[in-house]
Structure formats: C-alpha cells, structure tokens
Design a protein around this ligand. Structure first.
Ligand code: NG1
Ligand code: ZN
Length: 551
C-alpha cells in the first residue's frame, strides 16, 4: 500500500547509475559529492528502518566526508547508543545502495524487514537526527537523506543543523538515555566540566592566569567554527583559531587539518614562522580527530608531532595518577575504587608508545584498524581508552564504574571533603563529563588535553619528552586484488598468501628495533605497508623492501 508506493517513489527519484558500486566501508559511503545522492537516500531508508527495529529509538545520520577533499561527501549512520551502526546491518546497507531498480530496492526492504522482524507501515515510529558538515553539497544531500527517511512511513527526520560528527553522536546517545541533548547542552557540558577540572588543579589559587597561547588549525571545517563559538566560555585558555572555516579563509582540508599534519608531518597552511615553538592543535574537517604539533624552525615546514598515541599516553598518565590517589598506591586490597583500566591500540600505534604504556604496567590490547573495533574493545573495561595514531579516540567509562565513582565522591564529600582523595575522585568525575562517551571528539579531547597540561603544569616540551617516537614509514602499494592479502593477529601478521609473512620476518630481522606489517586498506584500493626502525633511513628502507615483496 502506502509504504510500497513511498519506497518506489524515493528510489526512482535517485536512480543508481550503471556500474556504480557503493560500499559502506569503515566510514560509511563516501565518493564525489555530486554522485552521492542515491547512496544517501538509501542510507536514509536504512537509518529509519534501524530506528523502527530499535522500537523508535533515535538514530543518527551525518553527511560528511571527514578529512577528504571538499568535493567529496559521504554519509554515516549513528546507532542508538551513539556509536557506529551495527556491523550486522552493513551488508544490507550495501545491497540497498546498489539496488539497480526501484522494484529491486522494494524487494530488498521487504525481505530484510521480514528477516529482522520489522513490521512496516502501521503503528510504528522512527526518528532520525540529521546533521552535516560545511561541504557545499551538504545541504542538498541532507535534503536527499530526508526523502529517504520519509520513505519509511511514520518516520520523523529532525535536522539538527551543521554540526561536528561527534556532536551528533553525543546527541543521539544522550537523547536515548533521556538526558539533555541539544547543542547548547553539549556546549554547557564540555565547558562546565572543563572549568570544573581547572578549579581542581592542585594548588590552584583560583586565579585567572591564562595558559600560554594555543593555536588551533580548524581544517577550514566545522570544528573551528564551533570552537570560535565556545571560546568566550573557556576560562584561562588563550586560543587563536586558524583555518577557521569562515568565508575566505581557505579550502576545507586543503593542506591543513589533522590528517594532513599527521601524514605529512609538516605544519598546515596559514601557519607562519612567528608560530615557532607555540603549542598548536589540529582538527580534521568534521572534528573527530585531534593532533598537536609544534613548528620547529622558521625556515622549514617541519614539526614535532604529538599524535593520537601521545594524546592517549597523556590521558593515561592523568587518569592513573587520579586512580592512585583515590586508591592509595600501596594497598592492593581494600581499594576504594577497584578499576579495570585497559588501553586499546592498533598496529599503527608507534612502538615507543606501546612500550611506554606496558612499562607503566598497563594492559595494552590490539584490534584491527577502524574505530568500531577499538571502541567495542574499550567498552570491556571500567575505564577503556583508545586512540588511533591519526588522532581519533576517547576514554570510555562504564556506567557501573561511574555509579561507584559517584557514590565514592559523595561519601568523601561528607567524610573527607577537600582531601586529595576527594579531589581526585572529582577530577575523574569531571573527566567522564568532559570526554565524549560516544565517539572520538576533537573539541572535547582538546579541552581534556589542556586541562591535563594545566594540572601537570606541563609545557608541550614536557609532553613530547614522555617518550621518543620510533621513526616510521608508511607506503601504499597498488596490487591487482588487495583481498588476496589476508591478515590475522589484529592485522599484524599475514596468513595469506602463504610464505609472505616469513619473507617479511626475514627482512625485519635485518633492522634494529624493526617492526613491519602489511594489510589491505579498508577505505582505498591499496595495500598499506607500515615499517618502524631505529632510524629514519632504516624505516624507509624496511618499508621499501617489504613493499617489493607485496607487489
Ligand atoms: P584504512 O584505509 O583501512 O587504512 C583509514 C585509516 C584508519 C581509519 C579509517 C577511517 C590509517 C592507516 N588508516 O583506514 O585509521 O581512520 O581510514 O575510518 O590511517
Ligand atoms: Zn573525521
């Protein structure tokens, strides 16, 4: 009836061109913006179905292509818990995006609804929160997504406006938990918890002393605009935003942004010799990645990079310190706050960071590349922290742990108000509020970095010095069929083609501190080679010889 007609109508509005092949991948559908309408419309259908399946819980849909060029665009679905859409729905999403005719699309939906036990067309409700980044094709594609959502009868599409990707994830999560979920609420939560953390700085004289200047590269995207908005509410930070995304500033992600800075290891456009030595941060285009850096010389573009691994390490030091204060370092039993604290990395984490974390006595585990894998693993702990080297990551606190922490803090506030133990418990509580619990978030991550640096009275130099990155090299190799390479052990070992791993091992054995792995990319048609060794030349040469083994 009505439902069938609506699906057929939506599908015929945006036909899939011959030969198109959309794949949901690790970051949703992504392509040249002008070719994205069919996939976006169908992602709207998937998002609405997902909401129906979850009994009408809010689901999110964001139009963004993150760090990719301004001409690209993409679509990603946010699950009701605020995380990435359940992987179990990816095959259906792919099939739907590529359905060649309206009738094929209709049949796919009907069959899938049947398999999933979804009753269409009557009495159900669905709501999808939509957002987009600043891309020129964003407004059009958001409208296309709305048409897809509306093709599921009874759905409501709510346009939340131009947002960072993590803001939308946060809103979906909060909404489904019955918590405040507007953009204003998001800003209030992160600025208030940041202020609270600063007030808990040891020996804080309650002064209004500004920290040293921080320059932020907004990648000419949405993150810089949002940062400008909350800047007046950020006590004690002296922030200058460059590549802010305002008219005439520059092009989104072009020679700027976290991806560019981390991969090229040079400073972004818009930074000048005057900035030598200043603490700088860089967001990516949708503000879910964060790196820090410092320009080392007025006459070159080189930088000292502080990547996701070092951000993770800084957070680990801070959280560990607070846990030690709360628990008392020596008494192993009878701890006030027993805590399973886990660190999650991928094979791309610099070996020096892993060594540093293991030397702290921490549990470090590895997953495959891709936020959905890291996030899932981190959820297994009371406090689970994960970061990709590229700067995407966060700290997750289990609900049960937060309850215990709240009880402890309130107990201490009557028994030992203002004691070091009480203060440490309050710092941990403020941290659970500040750092985004749904997904990696450059804005909230940066505020936590700034609060921790202030807490430790650390300069960027102190932070850089916690360990020295091993020189590393990444190469891309084009092969006929990248799926012919199959890996195991969190992508650190090749199991197919047979014999390749032995050849890699033999190469690696020639290098001091050598480490190398190869894996097929999940987002590009290439095989990636990563190599680490004790010198830049050695890392380059190891990567090159292993690349030759792959070709
Ligand atoms: P692939 O193309 O699978 O290596 C890349 C990044 C991931 C992640 C995804 C986006 C590297 C080496 N890989 O994945 O970290 O950000 O894109 O979801 O940077
Ligand atoms: Zn991004």
């Amino acid at each position: 009836g009505e439902q069938r007609a609506a699906l057929l109508a939506a599908a015929s509005l945006f036909p899939v061109p011959d030969g198109a092949k959309f794949s949901y991948g690790t970051a949703g559908f992504r392509a040249e913006g002008s070719t994205m309408a069919p996939a976006v419309c169908r992602a709207g259908i998937v998002a609405a179905l997902r909401s129906v399946k979850l009994g009408g819980a809010a689901v999110g849909l964001v139009i963004t292509a993150s760090h990719n060029p301004v001409g690209d665009n993409g679509v990603k679905i946010v699950d009701a818990d605020g995380g990435m859409m359940s992987q179990a729905w990816e095959p259906f999403s792919d099939a739907l995006a590529n359905a060649p005719t309206p009738d094929a699309l209709l049949q796919l939906v009907l069959q899938f609804a049947k398999d999933e036990g979804i009753t269409l067309g009557e009495g159900h409700s669905a709501q999808v929160l939509l957002a987009r980044d600043t891309r020129p094709t964003g407004e059009y594609l958001l409208d296309v997504a709305t048409k897809g959502i509306n093709a599921i009868v009874g759905s409501v599409a709510l346009d939340m406006g131009i947002l960072t990707t993590p803001q939308l994830h946060w809103m979906v999560r909060n909404k489904n938990r019955g918590l405040k979920s507007s953009e204003e609420d998001y800003f209030t939560q992160i600025t208030e918890s940041f202020r609270h953390l600063l007030e808990l700085t040891p020996d804080d004289k309650g002064g209004d002393k500004l920290m040293e200047k921080l320059i932020v590269d907004g990648a000419n995207g949405i993150g810089g605009l949002k940062l400008e908005e909350i800047k007046p509410k950020l006590a004690r930070l002296d922030i200058v935003v460059r590549n802010s995304g305002k008219e005439g500033e520059g092009i989104l992600n072009e020679r700027c942004g976290a991806d560019f800075v981390q991969k090229e290891k040079v400073h972004p456009l818009g930074f000048a010799p005057n900035d030598v030595g200043v603490r700088c941060a860089s967001f990516d285009g949708d503000a879910d990645r964060l790196v820090y850096f410092r320009i080392t010389s007025p006459s070159s573009t080189t930088i000292d990079l502080v990547d996701g691994d070092k951000i993770l390490s800084l957070f680990v030091l801070f959280i560990r310190e607070q846990l030690d204060i709360v628990n008392g370092k020596d008494s192993q039993d009878n701890q006030a706050l027993p805590t399973r604290f886990g660190v999650v990395q991928t094979a791309y984490a610099n070996g020096a960071s892993t060594e540093f974390l293991k030397n702290l006595g921490l549990e470090v585990v590895f997953t495959s590349t891709g936020v959905k894998y890291l996030h899932k693993k981190a959820l297994e702990y009371d406090i689970g922290i994960y970061f990709e080297a590229n700067g995407h990551g966060t700290v997750l606190f289990a609900d049960e742990f937060v309850s215990r922490l709240e009880s402890l803090a309130s107990e201490l506030s009557s028994k030992a108000a203002g004691s070091p133990q009480h203060q440490a418990a309050l710092r941990l509580l403020a941290t659970t509020q500040l750092i985004n619990q749904a997904v990696g978030d450059a804005l909230s991550g940066m505020l936590l970095v700034e609060a921790v640096l202030q807490h430790k009275r650390w300069t960027l130099q102190n932070w850089c010095d916690i360990y020295t990155d091993l020189p590393s090299k990444q190469l891309k190799v084009k092969v006929k069929d990248r799926a012919s390479i199959v890996t195991t052990d969190a992508e650190r070992k090749v199991c197919q083609p047979s014999g390749l791993q032995e050849l890699i091992d033999r190469e690696v054995a020639n290098y001091s501190q050598g480490r190398c792995f190869v894996r097929p990319s999940g987002t590009e048609d290439v095989v990636r080679v990563y190599a680490e060794a004790s010198t830049v030349e050695a890392a380059d040469s190891l990567a090159k010889s292993v690349a030759q083994l792959v070709e």
